[in-house]
Design a protein around this ligand. Structure first.
Ligand code: 3DU
Length: 211
């Protein structure tokens, strides 16, 4: 089974469906974020599932009070999302509200430079919370393989490590897999390339070499 997740950050429904269809053979799942939901509506989740048969991850990075997180997650799971990504820094109650409705992925660290300001200083506490709550997985930065190793070493074995930042942000698939990532997330390096299917195939093969 593939360990590659496509971050499908385009606005247009037709383009999203076209890229999803032509890359699906090489993917484990498709990750949908705000750009696509704002551009094409929540029903795109249902359509992507129908067209590809792949799991859909809704990367909404929910970061609200428990009731609001619950109201949003309910609709997103109802639309067919298999996983919802939630921020951990808002606290256990907000994360639990999402976990009660379906499989959840908790952000414990982010891949951009600014993540060092406020998130990285509390990563240990976020890992502790993940170990206690037992989500499907956590988000860790592919741009910092040493942090992926660290997070993997502190995390209970059953919890998956999912890493965005490969490609456009500078991370490489082989390095981050060597560091202990279970899945890699790739967006622009696939959907902005001239031949998305070929780019997905190349990254898939790099991933396979490490599996
Ligand atoms: O940089 P890319 O184009 O490969 O896209 C990465 C995707 O992963 C994108 O949807 C972004 O919002 C998401 N993501 C991160 O890049 C970094 C994180 O820490 C968490 C999510």
């Amino acid at each position: 089974m593939s360990r590659l997740i496509l971050a499908l950050d385009v606005y247009e429904r037709e383009r999203a469906l076209e890229i999803a269809e032509c890359t699906a053979d090489y993917l484990w799942a498709i990750k949908v974020n705000w750009p696509l939901i704002i551009g094409s509506g929540l029903k795109i989740i249902t359509e992507l599932k129908q067209v590809t048969g792949l799991p859909i991850i809704a990367d909404l990075k929910l970061a609200d009070i428990p009731n609001t997180n619950r109201l949003i997650a309910k609709k997103v799971f109802e639309a067919g999302a298999d996983y919802v990504i939630a921020h951990g820094f808002v606290g256990r109650d907000s994360v639990k509200a999402v976990m009660e409705l379906g499989k959840t992925i908790i952000v414990v660290e982010m891949s951009h430079p600014g993540a060092k300001e406020f998130i990285q200083p509390v990563t240990d506490k976020l890992i502790e919370m993940a170990n206690e709550l037992g989500p499907f997985g956590v988000i860790a930065p592919a741009t910092r393989p040493e942090r992926v190793s660290y997070i993997r070493s502190k995390l209970k074995p059953g919890i998956k490590v999912i890493t965005p930042g490969v490609g456009a942000q500078g991370g490489t698939a082989s390095e981050v897999l060597k560091a202990g990532a279970d899945y890699i997330i790739v967006g622009r390096a696939i959907y902005q390339s001239e031949n998305p299917r070929e780019s997905a195939r190349r990254i898939f093969e790099e991933v396979e070499a490490w599996s």
